[in-house]
Write a protein that binds this ligand. Structure first.
Ligand SMILES: [Zn+2]
Length: 412
């Protein structure tokens, strides 16, 4: 039986559509959905996916499962800017997504204004189209779905992954030999990856390096190939290129901790006129009290020692910088054991923590109990703070396949 002949690339007409392309395996298996250029000034992911899809099709790879590449923010990509009206990676709050899904179902345009999406926002149209695309991919899937969100940074950086800290997302991230940064998504309200947690699809963000660096394209390529191999879509060792693929990617993050978490976020607004001092690379070690930049009021220093993370070297964005620190590997083991043992059900035994009156998957933390100890234990148990609640409400992360009403096909 010749499996090779029936694998094929599906190309969209025109070359700037939502789909970069897809490669459908001869055999069923996992579906890997890659999203590139969710920020329009980050073209590396698109180039990487074009290369991977090209190699798959020209070599007629035998594949178990399917690979799909989608463009994130089409309009911003054409303009070469991070976004047009709103950051497309900050608009995935549950209520907004529900409103857009509802409009898709009824065939109307999404409701706008009154706290909803920005009226006439370019990104509202992108989001609506992306949600329709995810729904279509969900229908075509012939196995479990994994999502890779391919990004680059304004500063020079070693590659790393970000994720909502569920066990299945961790397992996916740990397949790649680069640092895992925990806690970033908790700091950022409305990141797209939240939506996939809700669907029960394993998902990670991959940050490959500086926006324009040629190496960023290579990192994304290497990451996609490694995941195609380790998820079983293609045979181990069949990815192209010289030498060992994992060793090649690992060398790019040499000397960095395996797991880090975010300890501090410096929020900036346009009026602050914040300027990062030049020369900081991602993960550079900084000391407590060190001057990292300046704003209208004078020098800006970090209160925490650690490593500077995502320093802002572009015009758009509301994160000046983050400080991250190494997290001991044992922490991952302890929290995995706690979660699989169902210790999350004991969360309300903690001082100052009571059940949420309306949600079975959430707890309410009294103001006096919102200290590192209690919040840290809740993190270990798999709870996360969500957006505006400021730690008052901690929600248990959903693990594993979604319940029926939450599937992308039915909306919800
Ligand atoms: Zn980005």
């Amino acid at each position: 039986m010749n499996h090779r002949m029936s694998s094929r690339v599906i190309e969209e007409p025109g070359d700037q559509g939502r789909r970069i392309g897809a490669y459908r395996g001869a055999e069923p298996g996992p579906l890997v959905i890659c999203i590139a250029s969710l920020h329009g000034n980050e073209p590396a992911g698109i180039a990487a996916l074009e290369r991977v899809l090209d190699v798959l099709s020209s070599n007629r790879f035998r594949m178990h499962g399917d690979l799909v590449g989608l463009r994130g923010n089409l309009q911003a990509r054409r303009a070469g800017t991070r976004f047009i009206d709103e950051d497309l990676n900050r608009v995935w709050q549950r209520e907004r997504v529900d409103a857009v899904l509802e409009s898709l179902r009824s065939g109307e345009s999404a409701p706008e204004g009154d706290g909803g999406p920005i009226v006439g926002s370019a990104e509202l149209a992108e989001q609506r189209d992306l949600l329709a695309a995810f729904r279509a991919e969900d229908r075509r899937a012939r196995g479990p779905i994994h999502v890779l969100d391919l990004h680059t940074t304004s500063s020079e950086s070693a590659p790393f992954t970000t994720l909502g800290d569920t066990l299945q997302n961790r397992a996916l991230a740990l397949r790649l030999p680069v640092p895992v940064v925990l806690g970033l998504e908790e700091q950022i309200d409305g990141a797209m990856l939240h939506y996939f947690d809700r669907l029960g699809w394993a998902n990670i963000g991959i940050e490959a390096g500086q926006h324009e660096a040629a190496s960023s394209i290579e990192v994304h390529e290497e990451a996609v190939w490694i995941l195609l191999e380790t998820l079983g879509l293609i045979e181990e060792g069949s990815a192209p290129g010289p030498g060992d693929l994992r060793a090649r990617l690992a060398r790019r993050a040499e000397g960095l901790p395996r797991v880090l978490d975010v300890r501090y976020r410096h929020v900036v607004s346009e009026e602050d006129e914040f300027r990062m001092h030049p020369g900081f690379r991602n993960f550079d070690v900084v000391e407590a009290g060190q001057e990292l930049g300046a704003d209208r009021t004078g020098p800006v220093r970090t209160a925490f020692a650690g490593r500077v993370f995502l320093p802002l070297y572009q015009r758009q964005g509301d994160d000046g910088f983050f400080i991250v620190r190494q997290r001991a590997a044992e922490w991952l083991t302890v929290s995995r054991l706690l979660r699989t043992a169902g210790a999350d059900r004991a969360a309300t035994w903690l001082p100052g923590v009571r059940p949420h009156p309306a949600r079975s998957d959430a707890v309410v933390v009294a103001r006096w109990a919102r200290n590192r100890g209690v919040i840290g234990l809740l993190h270990l148990m798999g709870f996360t703070a969500r957006g505006e609640s400021g730690g008052a409400v901690m929600v248990r992360r959903q693990e594993g396949p979604a319940r029926q009403p939450e599937s992308a096909s039915t909306g919800g």
